[in-house]
Design a protein around this ligand. Structure first.
Ligand SMILES: CC(C)(COP(=O)(O)OP(=O)(O)OC[C@H]1O[C@@H](n2cnc3c(N)ncnc32)[C@H](O)[C@@H]1OP(=O)(O)O)[C@@H](O)C(=O)NCCC(=O)NCCS
Length: 334
């Protein structure tokens, strides 16, 4: 018997129906389809247009899909972690709203804020509760309604982001599957390259913060790009080298979907071809905490027990990390 590990045993997702295409952006700001595709790899993104619905709505729908697929009683869930930078409100935590909505009345629930690395940080945190033996069913969700904090007059950021949610169920495994290794980092010294200045205790909402547009995401593209290329490639390579994995051992690289060029650099550094990279940035853009589990949802049907996946992300904070997962089941049925 191998040591107790946290295995992903089910996946769920939710994407809003409305699409914002590059052609739509051509009518909104001074941009064009060619620039967006060649600089980012994005063609369209999903947008949650209903103003009465927020991140918890998408997260709960993703969780409901997972529960239905596994025919699970929500009362069996012991912990719900939601990674997000667009919570429904400051408090209570979006995870509490999700747990109530899905009927996970026996679970405790909290949010994790780590921007685009949020899902990886939440996965690592959730895994500890399985590995320690404290819990047997942990729901880890990545969800963001980025359209709520994007300035649709700023061409340098608005084309990048979309809305979505996806989740995984973690359960104990002693057969050698699950989260094998992970590495997480953060460095707050460049916090102002990617941030939302207003609304917190530093700059509480006021007429001034609205006028200065501090309620919108702010990004300095070039410094973030440079740090992301290095951070994501370094940490993914570290996991691979530490575990003596080669490109041949890896079934898929599952990268955070921020920019095709960052993903390409990470894949090259790891020695895996683009045929082994999960890519859906073209269809969804950057959905922040949702990108990695959305990839798992899109590729779930073709994954097989024993497949080695390397997850890697970089985001605001800065935060970055990678994880090696040995997939625990075949296709869509656990
Ligand atoms: C945002 C990003 C795509 C911009 O690409 P880039 O190649 O760095 O482009 P630059 O910022 O150097 O801008 C180049 C030019 O394109 C222009 N431009 C920016 N956005 C544009 C758009 N949507 N359409 C057309 N032109 C645009 C700029 O104004 C600039 O024009 P100038 O040379 O006249 O000043 C890129 O920096 C990036 O992906 N950064 C990291 C994003 C990321 O990973 N974020 C999340 C981390 S999780």
């Amino acid at each position: 018997m191998q040591s107790l590990r946290a295995a992903i045993t089910a996946v769920g997702h939710y994407l809003p129906e409305d699409r914002l295409t590059n052609a739509d952006f051509e009518k909104m700001v001074d941009t064009n389809d060619e620039w967006i595709r060649t600089r980012t790899g994005i063609r369209e993104r999903r947008i949650l247009k209903d103003p009465t619905k927020a991140t918890s709505f998408m997260a709960a729908n993703a969780a409901k899909e997972l529960l239905a697929k596994r025919k699970l009683d929500p009362k069996e869930i012991e912990l719900v972690i939601v990674a997000t930078v667009t919570p429904d409100m400051f408090f209570p935590a979006t995870a509490c709203l999700v747990a109530a909505e899905i009927g996970a009345t026996n679970a405790w629930a909290y949010d994790i804020s780590a921007a685009c690395s949020g899902f990886l940080f939440a996965l690592s945190t959730g895994a500890r509760f399985i590995e320690s033996g404290k819990h047997k069913k942990v729901l880890v969700i990545g969800a963001d309604k980025m359209s709520s904090i994007v300035d649709y007059t700023d061409r340098t950021t608005c084309v990048l982001f979309g809305d979505g949610a996806a989740c995984v169920l973690l359960e104990p495994d002693t057969q050698g599957y699950g989260l094998m290794d992970s590495e997480e980092h953060s460095d707050g010294s460049q916090w102002n390259s990617l941030c939302m200045l207003g609304g917190g205790s530093l700059n509480p909402p006021s007429a001034v913060t609205i006028e200065k547009k501090w309620h919108f995401l702010h990004q300095e593209g070039q410094p973030v790009f440079k740090a992301a290329v290095k951070g994501m490639a370094d940490v993914a390579a570290a996991i691979v080298e530490r575990n003596q994995l080669t490109g041949d051992d890896i079934r898929y690289l599952v990268p955070h979907q921020a920019n095709l060029r960052i993903i390409d650099a990470t894949a090259r550094r790891m020695g895996v071809g683009m045929d082994k990279v999960m890519l859906n940035i073209e269809r969804y853009g950057n959905t922040t905490a949702a990108t990695i589990p959305l990839c798992l949802a899109d590729w779930e049907a073709e994954l097989r027990k024993g497949d080695n996946l390397i997850l890697a992300a970089f985001g605001g904070g800065f935060t970055w990390g990678a994880a090696w997962i040995r997939w625990a089941y075949d296709g869509t049925g656990a």
